[in-house]
Write a protein that binds this ligand. Structure first.
Ligand code: NAD
Length: 483
């Protein structure tokens, strides 16, 4: 199906071709057929978008001074529009990224919920009164930070952009959004939604472009007050350095190498299903993937048997194929990176128990077989580095202490899952895990109201929940001598 959605940049309330004259050609990762041609922002385009966002964020701007009830209505109107276009965006996301319609529907549903959740914050984010000496009034206010830049990755292109754009808008900021050049399409629907909802010009700008040009211009721009970067740890470090010159605040949502720890007292069927989702959903291209399974020796063989059977029976399919439960990975080069990791795993002594290559029954597409490695030790490359594909590394342990040591022995600290029916262990083990998010008897899962983020190489700052409101506001303290 041909793409008929927006392809221009959206700057200052206008759809506009790129001044650079460049375009991005996108390809469907399942069919390898060209899908869309989108305008590619260069330095001048990003400068224009930031200038428009700056005008929209000045102290007396329409957006900043808008009644909170009216801003709330605008966020709901954006959610309404996205909900109305849901089927279209599902198709776009499937063709652009390769995800199955089921996965794309989850993503778009989460965006609608996120906009509605933050719509409710427009009249709730306030300050407090602080007791000081007699006859003085001291209070705090929360004010928008100003111009917020949002640099998004390709794995959940729509949701991860919306997760930071919604709280930034709710708190009265203006936005410049740069989606990944691998998946530039769905972000343009935020511009359509802003238009539909009647956001003032310049409040939301969308500039698809490359990381090295559009991304770095945005991250280092002197007029950007806050940068939200979601992507790899390597680029995150560069973005933080780039933002330093402008003394811009930075939220980094980076990579992961999450463990799922399974104890002998766990419901093993539930754990197997949980790990299945945790590593094979979205073809494993998830920051919070359960890419390491840390399992007690008493239940190791039984769980391996279940997971091998699961991996061997997952139907692969294109993004528009309703029978497919796992789609291709995003590009040929990413497919090759994942296959190289699989070879490294073999060379370092791990055993391929399922998958391990390219499926031989798919004619086109960048597919990788759901892969399970056993005999993995935590010092192997496949246990240390983020593969970002459908590759599970199983590490056998013989005690709770060893499980904890292995789980925490990682540069990353995003998400850990724990499977146990021992209530006391559920709490004590969760306490000792060095991760930003811990889920017990649950596959990786999140809601707009729950904070999302990691420690160590997984970044800093929290997306979602009340915590995101803090990222997009500054506290002002006001002191009045009443005498
Ligand atoms: P990436 O770092 O290659 O790119 C992310 C974004 O940064 C893209 O928009 C890209 O164009 C841009 N970019 C690239 N170079 C840049 C530069 N020098 N300056 C500014 N911007 C630049 O990441 P990716 O491959 O798109 O996404 C996969 C990574 O994202 C994985 O590591 C994954 O774990 C991580 N991720 C993290 C989360 C989270 O919430 N913690 C969520 C999703 C993905």
């Amino acid at each position: 199906m041909e793409y008929s959605g927006p392809t221009d940049l959206y700057i200052d309330g206008e759809w506009t071709p790129a001044k650079s004259g460049d375009t991005i050609e996108t390809e469907d990762p399942a069919t390898e057929i060209a899908y869309a041609t989108v305008q590619k922002a260069g330095v001048d385009d990003v400068d224009n978008a930031v200038a428009a966002a700056n005008d929209a964020a000045v102290r007396d701007s329409e957006w900043r001074t808008m009644d909170p009830e009216e801003r709330r209505a605008k966020l709901h109107a954006m959610a309404d529009a996205i909900e109305e276009w849901k089927d279209e965006i599902v198709l776009v996301e499937s063709h652009d990224n390769g995800k199955t319609p089921f996965e794309a529907k989850l993503e778009i549903g989460m965006v609608v919920d996120t906009f509605r959740y933050y719509a409710g914050w427009t009249e709730k984010s306030g300050g407090s009164e602080i007791p000081v000496s007699d006859s003085r009034l001291n209070y705090t206010k929360r004010e928008p930070v100003g111009v917020t830049a949002h640099i998004a990755p390709w794995n959940f292109p729509f949701q991860l952009a919306g997760r930071s754009v919604a709280p930034a808008l709710a708190t009265g900021n203006s936005v410049v959004l740069k989606p990944s050049s691998m998946t530039p399409l769905s972000a343009l629907y935020y511009a359509k939604a802003a238009e539909e909802a009647g956001l003032p010009d310049g409040v939301l700008n969308v500039v698809p472009g490359s990381g090295s040009t559009a991304g770095s211009t945005l991250a280092s721009h002197g007029d950007v007050d806050h940068v939200t970067f979601t992507g790899s740890t390597g680029v995150g470090k560069t973005v933080q350095r780039d933002a330093a010159d402008a003394v811009a605040d930075v939220s980094l949502e980076l990579g992961g190498k999450g463990p799922a720890v399974v104890f002998p007292d766990a419901d093993l069927d539930a754990a197997a299903r949980g790990v299945q989702y945790g590593i094979f959903m979205n073809a494993g291209q998830m920051c919070w993937a359960n890419s390491r399974l840390v399992v007690h020796e008493d239940v190791h063989d039984e769980l391996v048997e279940s997971l091998v059977s699961i991996a061997e029976n997952i139907p692969l399919g294109s993004g528009i194929d309703d029978d497919g439960q796992m789609g291709p990975v995003v590009s040929e080069s990413h497919q090759q990176d994942i296959l190289a990791y699989i070879e490294t795993g073999k060379e370092e002594g791990a055993t391929v128990a399922a998958g391990g290559g390219v499926p031989d029954d798919t004619e086109t597409g960048h597919f990788v077989e759901p892969t399970v490695f056993t005999d993995v030790t935590n010092d192997m490359t496949i246990a240390r580095e983020e593969i970002f594909g459908p590759v599970l590394s199983i590490i056998e342990v013989s005690s709770e202490e060893e499980a904890l040591k292995v789980a925490n022995d990682s540069p990353f600290g995003l998400t850990a899952c724990v499977w146990t029916n021992d209530l006391s262990r559920a709490h004590t083990f969760s306490d000792r895990l060095d991760y930003g998010m811990v889920l017990v008897n649950e596959t990786p899962n999140t809601w707009p109201q729950t904070p999302f983020g990691g420690t160590g190489a997984s970044g800093h700052g929290r997306a979602q929940g009340e915590q995101a409101i803090e990222s997009y506001t500054e506290v002002k303290n006001v002191h009045i001598n009443l005498e």
